[in-house]
Design a protein around this ligand. Structure first.
Ligand code: PLP
Length: 470
């Protein structure tokens, strides 16, 4: 069964008990629903959540969730209070206005846009006015808004670095937007491959409109773009008249302190639409993210607006506004930290660094050079993820065996490919495990891989090599 198949079967069982509709219920034909609902892509996230829930005792290298041990529930109320104090004391709002800010429908583009603009200036050197910020329900909503606004019609194509985060490909699928994967190399997307893909799309009579990329510690590959490639990608984007959608949820979590300039900070001509997320640098329960969209939009009557204004129009028809309460919690957290999330994340960064080092050391110990069974993995410069290439199909059925018989969870890489790739690879995430569980988790994983690996004929290499593998 495919990942999607497993998830769908679970959904039918839950919704209708046995899969048989109750007597008298209006039964809809799946074929009459939007075609995306039959696409395995749309079930990938749910499947991963479900498998984690079904095997609560397994050691999980599956989800890209942040570690919960550093969260303090009491802090949320204090942060909301810090925010309302700021509205009252710094912005001079009356009690009635503070009440309105917290309880009422709010400004579509968000009420903490100014604090977000200050934070990205401090942390990333990004200079954008508050008017160019749209506060969204996670980066996920930002993807939906950006794809809807920028990809105008059936000729427009979204290029994506492949393997690719399912949030963007899923959003495109939902909106009937065509996607063209651009295979990633060891150092992330190759700008020349992006140029070639853009030319190919144009030659087919369509318009390559934008390129989606996670330049730092990508999900799922862990790959990062070297700085010269970042510059070259922006040149290619200009040559090919492509917009760039930069998604940067993991940029703080390098294994070293090397500066990694965002594409947006290198972008001289406002070609980059930047998606930000507070899910990993604050907490995902808030569901707060943002888009920096400072591109001018000229209308036929000569009026000029910002792309952010246009994204806000779409947002007004999707989520109306990002909940005021969670904006207040994130706003207070930003204020508490002087609108500097990098230093505020020092302990979190150290935690993820430690976990990634432990995971890599565990793999080295479990698969010494002479005994790798055709198993290879990459060594990312940071972030949550790495990829292990294995000499068998790492699909939903294999995951089920791994969970049930070996007590260890991972993510099949095939969920991240649009073109049928990734069948013999799995993603490991180091973000959600207790440090003390990593060694045991890798031991279990090694047991599973050994049990699953067919004997390798002497002298042959059994598995493909993931990006940057050793
Ligand atoms: C590449 C990437 N972008 C965006 C997100 C999601 O961001 P948010 O939770 O803010 O919607 C994730 C979460 O896993 C991710 O891996």
């Amino acid at each position: 069964m495919t990942a999607a198949g497993a998830a769908t079967a679970g959904a039918v069982g839950t919704a209708a008990g046995s899969g048989t509709p109750p007597d008298g219920a209006v039964t809809l034909r799946a074929g009459d629903l939007h075609a995306s609902l039959a696409d395995p892509l749309m079930s990938a996230m749910t499947f991963l959540n479900e498998v984690t829930l079904r095997y609560p005792d397994a050691i999980s290298f599956a989800p890209g969730r942040p570690y919960e041990g550093l969260f303090d529930p009491d802090q949320v109320a204090r942060d909301v209070s810090t925010y309302t104090g700021y509205l009252r004391d710094t912005l001079g709002m009356s009690p009635a206005r503070v009440r309105e800010a917290l309880f009422q429908y709010g400004r579509t583009a968000g009420q903490i846009a100014g604090l977000v603009a200050r934070t990205v200036a401090n942390d990333e050197g990004l200079r954008v006015p508050a008017e160019a910020v749209v506060v969204t329900v996670g980066a996920q909503e930002g993807m939906l808004l950006a794809v809807r606004a920028l990809l105008a019609g059936p000729r427009d194509v979204l290029l994506v670095s492949s393997p690719c985060y399912v949030g963007i490909t899923g959003a495109a699928r939902l909106l009937d937007v065509a996607v063209e994967p651009v295979p990633e190399g060891p150092a992330g997307p190759d700008p020349e491959a992006v140029a070639a893909a853009a030319r190919r799309v144009r030659a087919s009579g369509r318009r390559p409109r934008a390129f989606y990329v996670v330049p730092d510690f990508a999900n799922p590959s862990g790959a990062s773009m070297p700085v010269p490639e970042r510059h070259r990608l922006l040149e290619v984007a200009a040559e090919q008249d492509l917009l760039v959608i930069e998604d940067n949820p993991y940029g703080f979590f390098g294994r070293d302190d090397a500066a990694r300039p965002t594409l947006k900070s290198l972008d001289g001509d406002r070609r980059v639409v930047y998606l930000g997320s507070f899910a990993k640098t604050c907490f995902p329960g808030a569901r707060v993210g943002y888009v920096l969209a400072d591109q001018p939009v000229r209308w036929p009557d000569g009026t000029v607006t910002l792309l952010a204004d246009e994204l806000a129009k779409i947002k007004s028809m999707t989520t109306v506004n990002t909940p005021s309460l969670t904006q207040a919690a994130i706003g207070g957290l930003l204020l508490r930290n002087g609108c500097r999330l990098r230093p505020a994340n020092a302990a979190t960064t150290a935690f993820y660094r430690g976990n990634l080092e432990r995971l890599l050391a565990g793999l080295d110990a479990a698969f010494p050079a002479a005994d790798r069974l055709g198993v290879r993995w990459n060594s990312p410069g940071g972030g949550f993820f790495l990829v292990v290439a294995v000499p068998f199909a790492a699909d939903a059925a294999a995951l089920e065996v791994s969970a049930r018989e070996h007590g260890v969870l991972w993510t099949p890489m095939q969920s991240f490919y649009l073109d049928g790739g990734g069948t013999r690879a799995l993603r490991l995430s180091c973000s959600y495990v207790e440090p003390g569980q990593i060694e045991e988790g890798v031991r279990r994983l090694a047991g599973f891989l050994r049990a699953h690996t067919p004997p390798i004929p002497v002298g042959s290499t059994a598995s493909p090599t993931p990006a940057g593998s050793r």
